[in-house]
Design a protein around this ligand. Structure first.
Ligand code: SAH
Length: 254
């Protein structure tokens, strides 16, 4: 069974609305929703915000629900030039930007793993990126003309590369400048992905992350955040998960 982890409540709600038979299984203070989405067996859950919450969620999914793959959907702040609000980032690698056990270990390296950058599963990420290209082809059709216009979504793009995570909502230009100079290849910043990647690495289970850019991690990052999540990001993630699951053979996700 595949696990879909959403960072925000609105995204999970959009997903649950299309699960005809979901069963709520409360565990560790979270609600795990087990059922089918477009015929595929899935477990959907809200990760809650931050690396520890996300790691706990991932561990429970793997250990208690036997998840065979975890896909994280959510929003993120754009860092690299050209990664704009409304674009989608599919992670190839994930790193914790606030982890630093130097000089004992190299900066960013997760002690005793030998890794700073954890790879996302290539096959799932390729499929998600292909689904994202389809979903973003016509933002007006998906979101309606007024939402597309309000957020200036004319030709949203799909990017693939490094996603960085840390326990901080990055909302000043000074902070995002610092991240850009420390990690010039980072496309976007969020608060959960790299933690889930680390847990999945330990368990040897494939992981992928797809994030809609909600802000530029600068002084305006708080802006229309909530409205963006419900009007844009949750529709993108639903359409994306839908398009991706539709490509899987019926028994591949069991
Ligand atoms: N303060 C925000 C919510 C913070 S949590 C508010 O005004 O409601 C933001 C969530 O979105 C986290 O789950 C994180 O993964 C992601 N996110 C989006 N933009 C981010 C940014 N600029 N920095 C860090 N995380 C971001």
């Amino acid at each position: 069974m595949i696990a879909i982890v959403a960072a925000m409540h609105e995204e999970l709600a959009a997903l649950l609305a299309l699960m005809p038979d979901e069963q709520r299984i409360p565990f560790a203070g979270r609600d795990f929703w087990v059922g089918h989405f477009r015929g595929q067996p899935i477990v959907a859950v809200l990760s809650r915000i931050g690396k520890v919450a996300a790691a706990t969620t991932a561990t429970v999914l793997l250990e208690r629900f036997g998840a065979e793959a975890i896909v994280f959907t959510g929003v993120a702040g754009g860092l690299a030039p050209g990664v704009e609000v409304g674009d989608v980032v599919v992670a190839t690698k994930l790193l914790q930007h606030d982890l630093d056990a130097s000089p004992i270990f190299p900066k960013y390296e997760v002690p005793l793993t030998g890794h700073a950058r954890f790879a996302a599963d290539t096959a799932i990420s390729d499929a998600l990126a292909a689904a994202a290209v389809e979903v973003l082809r016509d933002p007006v059709a998906l979101l309606g003309p007024s939402v597309a216009e309000d957020f200036g979504l004319t030709a949203p793009k799909v990017h693939r590369g490094l996603l960085v995570s840390g326990d901080r909502f990055v909302s000043t230009a000074a902070e995002s400048d610092a991240l850009r100079s420390a990690l010039p290849d980072a496309l976007a910043v969020e608060m959960e992905g790299a933690a889930v990647a680390q847990v999945c690495h330990d368990f040897g289970v494939p992981f992928a992350a797809v994030r809609t850019i909600s802000d530029r991690a600068d002084d305006e990052a708080h802006g229309d955040f909530t409205r963006f999540v419900s009007a844009v990001a949750s529709r993108y993630s639903l359409a994306l998960v839908d398009a991706w699951l539709a490509t899987l053979p019926a028994d591949a996700a069991t």
